[in-house]
Every structure is written in structure tokens, then in C-alpha cells.
Design a protein around this ligand. Structure first.
Ligand SMILES: [Fe+2]
Length: 183
């Protein structure tokens, strides 16, 4: 299991894409699945309820707030590295919209910023493009959420994944296969 600081993190990939929850209970958990065991159990039970409960539901994550020191810089960084459209303003926020219509709403805050985790499910081609931009920018990257495997990517679930930080220290992740989908 990972340190407690990772347990309460919200993730785009884990919560925003309903299809991620359709793989059912994994028979053999990978290390990445163990990383989010708590989330997986929640998602699996929810998915099971949706499949067998007979109740049509359409709940989707719509937006989340990202604390930043410089929302313009941070939103621009995320949009550019991920290859998403340029940020757009909404009230006090600068918003970056993902392809499943979730927006990351960046806002400037004073005081300490608590690190959060945002994971993005991408295609293999998109992984190549994004990973290329990570390397072009000279960003540090890791194969694991604990930042132990520096300069490496992982191949969890038969796909590829990598972690990197945004300007405020939020832990970003791209992965080509949802956690547990390869088991
Ligand atoms: Fe993650």
C-alpha cells in the first residue's frame, strides 16, 4: 500500500470516466491497482450496483478545483503538456477541459497548497505525444507514485503510465489502461 498521503486524492481517470469502472473485480491486483485499492473497491461496488441494480444512472464528474500559485501558468502548463485546448476563464477560475468534458478549474490561493493527484486516461498515441512533451520540457518523471523509479515509465495492466508534477507540485499521471483492467 502507498503512504496515507495518496489515499485521499481525487483522480480524473478514476472517477470521471464511467467506462473505467466496467472491468469488474480484479482477480489479481497489480501494484497500480493496490495503489488505489480503496478507490477500486469503491468503483467496483458502484459499477456492480449499476450493472445489477437495474437503475440507469448518469452521474459523471463535471469539474474539480485545482489550487495554484499562478493559475495562468499552471493551467497553461497542464493544457500544453496534455495537448488540450487553451484554458478559458470562468469567474475566478481558469478552466482546462478534458475530452470527457471534465474541467480542471484552476484558482489562485494563498498559503500552503496541499498536493493533489490528477490522473488522465490517454490513448497510446497520446501517451507518445505527451511523454514527448514531458521529455522536451526536461521535466522529472517517474514510473510510480512514490517517485522512486525516476526516469522510467510503467507498463501496468499491459499499457503504459508515467507520473510527473505540475508547477504547484500536484502529482499528474497519464495512463493508457485503467487500473486493474489488465488482470
Ligand atoms: Fe493514480
Amino acid at each position: 500500500m502507498h503512504p496515507p498521503r495518496y489515499r485521499a486524492k481525487s483522480t480524473i481517470a478514476h472517477y470521471a470516466v464511467p467506462r473505467n469502472m466496467e472491468s469488474g473485480h480484479p482477480s489479481g491486483l497489480t501494484s497500480s491497482a493496490l495503489e488505489v485499492l480503496g478507490w477500486r473497491q469503491h468503483c467496483d461496488s458502484t459499477a456492480t450496483a449499476l450493472r445489477w441494480g437495474g437503475t440507469a444512472m448518469s452521474i459523471q464528474l463535471n469539474h474539480t478545483i485545482v489550487h495554484s500559485r499562478d493559475k495562468a501558468a499552471s493551467a497553461k502548463f497542464t493544457a500544453e503538456v496534455l495537448g488540450l485546448p487553451a484554458p478559458f476563464p470562468f469567474g475566478p477560475f481558469l478552466c482546462v477541459r478534458t475530452d470527457n468534458d471534465v474541467t480542471l478549474d484552476f484558482i489562485d490561493v494563498d498559503g500552503e497548497i496541499t498536493e493533489q493527484h490528477y490522473a488522465f486516461l490517454v490513448s497510446e498515441d497520446e501517451f507518445d505525444e505527451i511523454f514527448g512533451r514531458i521529455k522536451d520540457r526536461g521535466l522529472s518523471y517517474w514510473a510510480d507514485p512514490h517517485h522512486r523509479q525516476t526516469g522510467e515509465i510503467n507498463t501496468n495492466d499491459g499499457g503504459r503510465g508515467v507520473y510527473f508534477d505540475d508547477p504547484d507540485g500536484h502529482a499528474l499521471e497519464i495512463l493508457t489502461r485503467p487500473y486493474g483492467s489488465g488482470s
